[in-house]
Structure formats: structure tokens, C-alpha cells
Design a protein around this ligand. Structure first.
Ligand SMILES: [Zn+2]
Length: 101
């Protein structure tokens, strides 16, 4: 961790202002979200980046039923369930033929 030499006072309702130089260096714009971590008595703020619930990737994220998934995992899930459905369909069809015959 790198010291910045910046000291800020917490206001009466618990807020601090992140210096503009720091925000621009880290690519944090107004209204962006930051994620708060703790490590012992240390607070770490990191620009919030939505991540895939399965693999943790931050690129090509889509929201589905309030969960975030990357397009790679969506593709993988789709392929897996298409395969499973195809197998289920074929076993059902075979069973149906047996009952009818
Ligand atoms: Zn993923």
C-alpha cells in the first residue's frame, strides 16, 4: 500500500471527500461507486467494478435476475443446458415409444 500524504477530516455525518487528483488518477468519476474493504484497522476503497458471480471477470457483464454474469459464463450455461435438454428430450421420446408400442 502506498502513502498519499493526504489527510481528510470526516464531517459530522461521516462523509469524507476523495481528492479530485486521486479520483482522476484512479478513473473514478462523480456518481461512480466505490467498494469498501477492511483489513485490520485499515479501510480500503476501490472503484467498484461489477464482476461475474461465477468466474469473477469484469468484462462483458450482463445482469440476469439481479445477478451479474459475464457473456462467457452465459454461453457456457446455455450450451450445457441445451445439451441436457437435448438428452432429456431424446430419453423421453424413447420412453414414449416404448409405452405406446
Ligand atoms: Zn463469468
Amino acid at each position: 500500500m502506498k502513502a498519499t500524504g493526504i489527510v481528510r477530516q470526516i464531517d459530522e455525518v461521516g462523509r469524507i471527500v476523495l481528492p479530485v487528483e486521486l479520483r482522476s488518477t484512479l478513473g473514478i468519476d462523480k456518481k461512480d461507486s466505490v467498494e469498501i474493504f477492511t483489513e485490520g484497522d485499515t479501510i480500503v476503497l476501490r472503484k467498484y467494478q461489477p464482476t461475474c458471480v461465477f468466474c469473477g471477470k469484469t468484462e462483458n457483464i450482463k445482469e440476469f435476475k439481479k445477478k451479474l454474469l459475464c457473456v462467457d459464463c452465459i454461453r457456457e450455461l446455455t450450451e450445457q443446458f441445451n445439451t441436457e435438454n437435448a438428452e432429456a428430450d431424446s430419453s423421453f421420446a424413447a420412453e414414449g415409444t416404448g409405452n405406446n408400442g
